[in-house]
Design a protein around this ligand. Structure first.
Ligand code: G6P
Length: 743
């Protein structure tokens, strides 16, 4: 802004200087000009007088009539400019001088020539012009002398100079005025943007509540609406400060009256029965932790597998329950799945087939015909549930993840006008890899029943385009990021998922020092022990063994860390029925024991493996207590643990060691990015992290927090809703145009 202001001000300054220089140059020039003009004027007047009185003067000389001569001369001298008139005879005598003829004037000051002549004399400090005009009478020569006072010239040129100065000063003042107004206008604009920027920063630092910054959200959404209404679908989600309130407003304004239905395998609240008592558990699932705040904000119905031991006991006649428990804001509709179905659909096709197929973790995918049939059955069941739950013909259905690749098309068949937004939470492999899947065409066609299909990264979108191109008949429009197939168009876009901001689990957390103290005490560690944590499901894609090997390597290469450093791995058991998972657990336990045996002693255990589910509050306390968080996934769609660690650190401290094979690495570039397959690289990063100066830690963490705060999960959902609204509008226009053509 300042740079933009500098150039015009420069020009105005130059203009001002030029005017001053002009003024200085013009002043003497104008004086000379006026002197010349005035002299010619005086000469012309004298000449006029001479011509007018020449004949009467000649006659008076001839008649020797002195009194006539005097009266002629006095008459002429009445002119205000003419000072005196007289006649110089041939002998140099002054005859008939008028009353004001200066006493010092003598005829020898007059040039005696055949023609008129003019001379300037000074009398009493005044300049006087003497004009001499020859008069000839009978061979006698005389000169009519006309004296004109020139002091009026000085007054006139003084006035002219003053005029020039005033005029130029006026111009200069006008120029300065314009410059001042210009600067004020620019400065006001600049101050305005500065104020807005400060407001933005301020409001960002204090996240808005549901009722806060209402009018600004209103304004933003109105603007978005008008953009959409104008057919400009280029809404920049950066314009909005994303919060639950902003998301609600957006939904109500862009998609008025739309009902929201969520479909996922994992449910957000699981009821279990322990010792005759029912308890609620929130699962370790990135999908759930991202989506739950969104549906809390939007309301609606979440359709998911009722997997908890006490789930059936807690639902109503329609298999529904209001959640969150104690403060319900949406309905959870539970779908029942038999153990056999679960083995085929969930463990088999989804987790032994699609999960390893989509993750490059070198675990061989298993595809079984029977699993596929269960997969189809369960997808049908969920599609039926959507149709049952829908109160309108065009709900917004948010279909989640690889468990439901067939559901979008099935829902489309039941509710052709629904807006189906499918999000694939895991990576999408390249076409070559995907071609392993025996039902690749069916999976792609199923997904293409969606209105919008979202992935975490553009890279995964590109892989999907490539796969579609290879295996199904379709028209791919890469410019508009869409695939048309079977008369239906699907937008395929990248929507990087995130977490709520500020996270619910942060509420009520003790201060950082207290977390550090409590966690170290509960683990029996010395107060000054340096702590690294890893927190996730016990999944082979997470690189848990690899990070343990890195800890081992660090303790071998830098023995000084022994007894001063501990690594805590929280691993929630998951999919344990599958050998790929149970083997991993066994291997990890064995590796931890081995490392502890080699580097530890009775009291000191460098690796603490805590194999149990931790609720979000416990996880956040660990994050706050840690010096370092290690996320070493071998392949991960996004990885929300990395973002949760950043969100937990409201002290702007702590170092994140992050695998380059996570979607999160594209956003959190201030983390120490590592290749988890490279043990030395990871152990070196751990060493660097443990020694990093506080100022660097804080600088990195501040930038990452800014990123996660702005690109939170409300933005993730909001961007999809914006695209959904635009797509609905396009659909409406197409319907109208088709109806018109049909007439
Ligand atoms: C990943 C998947 C989710 C899944 C979560 C937990 O994040 O993308 O769909 O819910 O893992 O796995 P689980 O099988 O326990 O639901």
């Amino acid at each position: 802004m300042l740079l933009r202001m500098a150039r015009p001000i420069q020009y105005l300054g130059i203009g001002f200087v030029v005017i001053v220089i002009l003024g200085l140059a013009i002043a003497p020039f104008s004086k000379r000009l006026i002197e010349q003009w005035s002299r010619s004027d005086v000469e012309a007047r004298s000449r006029l007088v001479y011509n007018a009185i020449q004949n009467p003067v000649v006659r008076a000389i001839a008649d020797g009539d002195a009194s006539r001569m005097s009266s002629i001369f006095e008459g002429v001298a009445l002119d205000e400019r003419i000072l005196a008139v007289g006649l110089c005879d041939d002998g140099g005598r002054l005859l008939y001088p008028t009353r004001l003829m200066p006493a010092t004037f003598t005829c020898d000051k007059v040039a005696r020539s055949e023609a008129e002549s003019f001379a300037t004399i000074i009398n009493d400090g005044r300049r006087i012009m003497v004009g001499a005009f020859p008069i000839v009478e009978r061979n006698q020569k005389a000169y009519l002398v006309i004296l004109t006072d020139l002091s009026f010239i000085d007054a006139r040129s003084g006035e002219a100079q003053a005029f020039v100065v005033i005029a130029l000063a006026g111009v200069a003042i006008a120029v300065a005025g314009v410059a001042a107004i210009f600067v004020i206008v620019l400065l006001r604009g600049w101050m305005g943007s500065l104020r807005r920027a400060i407001e933005d920063v301020r409001s960002g630092a204090l996240p808005s509540t549901a009722s806060g910054n209402k009018s600004s959200i209103d304004g933003q959404i109105k603007k978005l609406l008008s953009e959409i209404e104008l057919g400009r679908e280029t809404i920049r989600s950066e314009q909005i400060e994303w919060s639950p309130a902003a998301l609600q407003k957006l939904l109500h304004k862009l998609l008025p009256g739309a009902e929201v239905l969520v479909v996922s395998n994992r449910e957000p609240y699981i009821h279990n029965c322990n010792d005759g008592k029912i308890s609620v558990q929130t699962p370790a699932s990135g999908l759930v932790s991202a989506l739950e705040p969104v549906i809390r904000a939007c309301g609606g119905t979440w359709i998911a597998h009722g997997s908890g031991g006490a789930d059936r006991e807690t639902v109503d006649r329609d298999d529904k329950i209001g959640v969150p428990p104690g403060d319900p804001s949406y309905a959870l509709r539970r779908i029942w799945i038999t153990e056999e179905e679960q083995d085929g659909y969930y463990y088999g096709l989804a987790n032994e087939g699609l999960w390893p197929l989509c993750h490059i973790a070198f675990v061989r995918p298993q595809f079984r015909e029977a699993d596929w049939r269960f997969y189809e059955t369960i997808n049908e069941r969920f599609a039926d549930a959507v149709a049952q739950e829908a109160k309108t013909e065009n709900p917004i259905v948010l279909v989640q993840d690889y468990h439901f690749a067939l559901a979008p098309r099935m829902i489309r068949q039941r509710l052709p006008k629904a807006t189906i937004i499918t999000f694939w939470h895991i990576p999408w492999p390249n076409a070559e890899t995907f071609s392993i899947c025996p039902w690749k065409e069916r999976i792609i066609e199923g997904l293409l029943g969606s209105t919008i299909l979202g992935f975490h990264t553009q890279f995964h979108c590109n892989n999907f385009f490539e796969t579609v191109d290879r295996f199904v008949e379709s028209r791919i429009d890469r410019e508009h990021a869409s695939v048309a197939s079977g008369g239906h168009e699907t937008l395929v876009r990248a929507y990087p998922i995130s977490i709520e901001w500020p996270p619910k689990a942060l509420v009520g957390q003790p201060p950082i020092d207290e977390c550090r103290r409590q966690v170290r005490q509960s683990l029996g560690l010395a107060a000054d022990t340096r702590l690294a944590v890893g927190i996730e499901r016990f999944d082979y894609t997470k690189g848990i063994l690899d990070r343990m090997r890195a800890v081992d390597d660090l303790l071998i290469r830098v023995p000084a860390w022994r007894r001063r450093f501990t690594f805590v791995q929280v691993a929630a058991p998951t999919r344990s029925k599958l050998s790929s998972y149970s083997n991993l657990q066994n291997e990890a336990v064995a590796l931890a024991e081995d490392i502890n045996a080699r580097h530890g002693d009775g009291a000191y255990q460098p690796i603490r493996l805590l194999v149990r589910h931790h609720e979000a509050e416990e996880v956040f306390k660990l994050f706050r207590a840690a010096d370092v968080c290690i996320v070493s996934s071998l392949h991960d769609g996004m990885n929300l643990v990395a973002k949760e660690f950043v969100a937990a650190r409201d002290d702007d401290d702590g170092v994140l060691v992050l695998s380059s094979f996570t979607g999160a690495a594209r956003e959190l570039s201030e983390a120490l990015i590592v290749n988890p397959y490279n043990t030395l690289e990871m152990s070196s990063a751990l060493d660097v992290a443990l020694q990093m100066p506080a100022s660097e830690r804080q600088e990195r963490m501040r930038l990452m927090r800014l990123q996660v705060r702005e690109r939170n999960v409300y933005r993730w959902a909001g961007r999809m809703l914006i695209d959904a609204a635009a797509s609905r509008q396009r659909r409406r226009i197409l319907d109208i145009s088709e109806a018109n053509h049909a007439r």
